[in-house]
Every structure is written in C-alpha cells, then in structure tokens.
Write a protein that binds this ligand. Structure first.
Ligand SMILES: NC(=O)c1ccc[n+]([C@@H]2O[C@H](COP(=O)([O-])OP(=O)(O)OC[C@H]3O[C@@H](n4cnc5c(N)ncnc54)[C@H](O)[C@@H]3O)[C@@H](O)[C@H]2O)c1
Length: 340
C-alpha cells in the first residue's frame, strides 16, 4: 500500500506517521508538507532513514506540483491532515485558510479521482458543528461554523462528500475534538500554557475561562484515524472524542499544578470574537461500527504531555521562531499583554 499523507510535519500528522509506520511497517508513506510555521521536520526525526518513508516539500494548493507528485508516486490512498489550523490566525487573515483548507482539498480530490485512488480520508474537526450548550453532536447534525477556520473546514467536508456522491470517489471523513500531546506547536492552549509557565510568563485565558472542550490524547486519535482508514465504510463520517470535557481554566490550573507554578500567572484576556462556548461529540457511531473507544483519561494524558515538553525543551526552544514570536507579540499587545 502506498499512502500519501499531507501535513505530516504538523502536530497530529507527525504523531500519525509515527503510529502508522509502527503499525504498518511494510506500507510506503509519502509525506507532503509545505513546512509552514507549524510544520517541523524535527517532529519526524529518525524516520528519514527508513526506506518506506519519503518526505516531499509541497503545497496542496499548488495544482501543478501536486499533479507531479501524484504522477510520480502513484499513491493508493490519501490521508489529508494539511491545514491552516489556528483559529486566532484565521480571524486575523482568513484568505490563507480558504486557500489551503478548501482549494487545497479540491486539488487533492481532483487528483485522487484522476489517479483512481482507492481511499481518500479527510481529517476534519468538531469545530464545524459550532457550539452546543447541552447534549452532543452526531455526524448527521447540521454544520454551523463560527469562525473562518471552522468555516473553511466545513466547506471542505461538503466538497469531500460531494465528490463521493457525484463521482463515487471512495472518500470518508473523521471529525475529532481538541487534541493534545507531544509535538503540538506552542500557540495552542496546552503547549502555550506549558511554555509560558516554564518562563514564569503570563498565561492568557480567553473570557471567563469556562469554555468547554473535549480533550483527546493525540495517540488515541491516531489509533482512531487508522481504525477508520482500515475499517470505516466509504461515504461515512466518524466523530472521534476523548470523553474528557473540561473548561479551559481547569486545564490551565492542572498544568500549573504539574509544573508547581503559581496560579497568579493566569491572565484573563478579552474573549475571542465568535468563541464557541462548548464543543461536544457523540462517538457512538465509531464505537458501534469500528469498535474504537478512547483509552487515555485526561489525568494520564496531561501528565505524559507535561513530561514530554519538559524532556524536549530544545524542541520547544526551536519552535520559538520569528513567526511565532512576532505573531504573538502583535496579537497580545493589542489585548494589553506585553510580556509574551
Ligand atoms: N489540533 C487539533 O486539536 C485538531 C482537532 C481536530 C481536527 N484537527 C485537524 O487535524 C489536521 C492537523 O491538525 P494539526 O493540529 O496537526 O495542525 P498543525 O497546524 O500542527 O499542522 C498542519 C500541517 O500542515 C502543513 N500545511 C499547512 N498548509 C499546507 C499546505 N498548503 N500544503 C501542505 N502542507 C500544509 C503545515 O506545514 C503543518 O505541518 C488539520 O486538518 C486540523 O484541521 C486538528
């Protein structure tokens, strides 16, 4: 099996490639990544020596380059992780989100059709359903995205399903809740909290901090994605979640406890526009159809995550590139925080 994986140098993609390579050592992996600020070759250090793994720098929204890649490597299957993934950045500049998350997906779908791909798996998100105060979303729930990131992902899901229905492209989708774990770029809540706490810097928390997310340990997501890839039915969508619903402020305080830091570092900042209050998914479909369930309680996952960042301070330091620092300086200075 020749699997083309896009966005494999990012957080979930790199964890997935490691997982997939261990599980299916005889499959060939072609990792296509643009290496944006979020893509880091260091995340896959060691794999480059393996004969079954190939990295190709490429942009999924560049049709000509992608055509060459498909023609040269003739993949049997495609798993698309590549995306602009940070909501705050999508609010500042939505155009790139549409280019990668929608146009990029349309290019992958066209080429997959042309090259008669046997399976196309789109990696999507719970954010496309929007906020829900009570109960949980099923795969058939309407999509009501609240920000440019989730809107671009929702549009992509629509296109993937349209290619399945119109052209019988063998496609399927996973929609997962918030992931956490090793190799996450320190702009997202958990690694940002860890890095700021380590430097005794203010930890920005939006609004009252009571927004609820369902935290999924990244290895559990990798297992779920592989399960859907192997056993999921074509044309179906599968929700994936960790069944760990927690407020942001709870998560931040837990990390501070693990690092033995003072809660006075917590700094509430003006809420993000269009900030969804609560995300919640029903995962009964993946349980029933694929036999998957989450394995890692938050208490275990967060302990492992904090330990990983403590052990990999060099990785964290390398992430503090110009792009990361200048973005956050600008972003938070606007909100009255100067020490980031
Ligand atoms: N992180 C989460 O909690 C979460 C939850 C649900 C779904 N998702 C989805 O999972 C996928 C991966 O998320 P992540 O958190 O690992 O993101 P990430 O930002 O860490 O990584 C994205 C990767 O895609 C690459 N990329 C960006 N634009 C590209 C382009 N035009 N062409 C090729 N590569 C490009 C980047 O270089 C990076 O390596 C995304 O599709 C995201 O929407 C993420």
């Amino acid at each position: 099996m020749r699997v083309l994986i896009t966005g494999g140098c990012g957080f979930i993609g790199s964890n997935f490639i490691r997982y997939y390579n261990n599980k299916h050592p005889y499959h060939k992996i072609y990792n296509i990544d643009k290496l944006t600020y979020a893509g880091n070759l260091e995340n896959l250090r060691g794999l480059e020596k393996r004969k079954n793994y190939h990295f190709i720098k490429g942009d999924i929204s560049d049709a000509l380059t992608m055509k060459k890649i498909f023609r040269q490597f003739r993949p049997d299957a495609v798993i698309n992780f590549a995306a602009e993934s940070h909501v705050d950045r999508s609010i500042e500049s939505p155009a790139l989100f549409l280019k990668t998350n929608f146009i990029g997906v349309s290019i992958l779908l066209n080429l997959s059709l042309e090259c008669r791909i046997k399976k196309f798996l789109q990696i999507s998100t719970d954010e496309i359903y929007g906020s829900i105060l009570h109960g949980s979303f099923r795969e058939s729930s309407p999509l009501t995205p609240s920000n440019p990131y989730s809107a671009s992902k929702a549009a992509a899901d629509g296109l993937v399903m349209a290619y399945y229905k119109t052209y019988t492209l063998p496609a399927l989708i996973t929609r997962s809740s918030n992931n956490y774990g090793p190799y996450q770029f320190p702009e997202k809540l958990i690694p940002l909290t860890i890095i700021n706490a380590l430097h005794n810097r203010a930890i920005p928390v939006y609004g009252d901090g009571k927004h609820i997310r369902d935290w999924l340990y990244v290895e559990d997501n990798c297992e779920a994605i592989d399960t859907v890839f192997q056993r999921g039915a074509i044309g179906e969508i599968y929700n994936i979640a960790g069944e760990n619903e927690l407020t942001n402020i709870y998560v931040v305080k837990k990390i501070l406890q693990h690092l033995d830091k003072n809660e006075s570092l917590v700094t509430f900042v003006k809420d993000r526009p269009g900030h969804d209050r609560r995300y919640a998914l029903s995962i009964s479909k993946i349980r029933r159809h694929c036999g998957w369930h989450p394995k890692t309680p938050f208490s275990t996952g967060i302990k492992k995550t904090v330990a990983w960042y403590l052990k990999n301070k060099r990785w964290l330091k390398n992430c503090q590139t110009g792009a990361y620092r200048s973005f956050y300086k600008k972003y938070y200075s606007k909100r009255g925080l100067k020490n980031i």
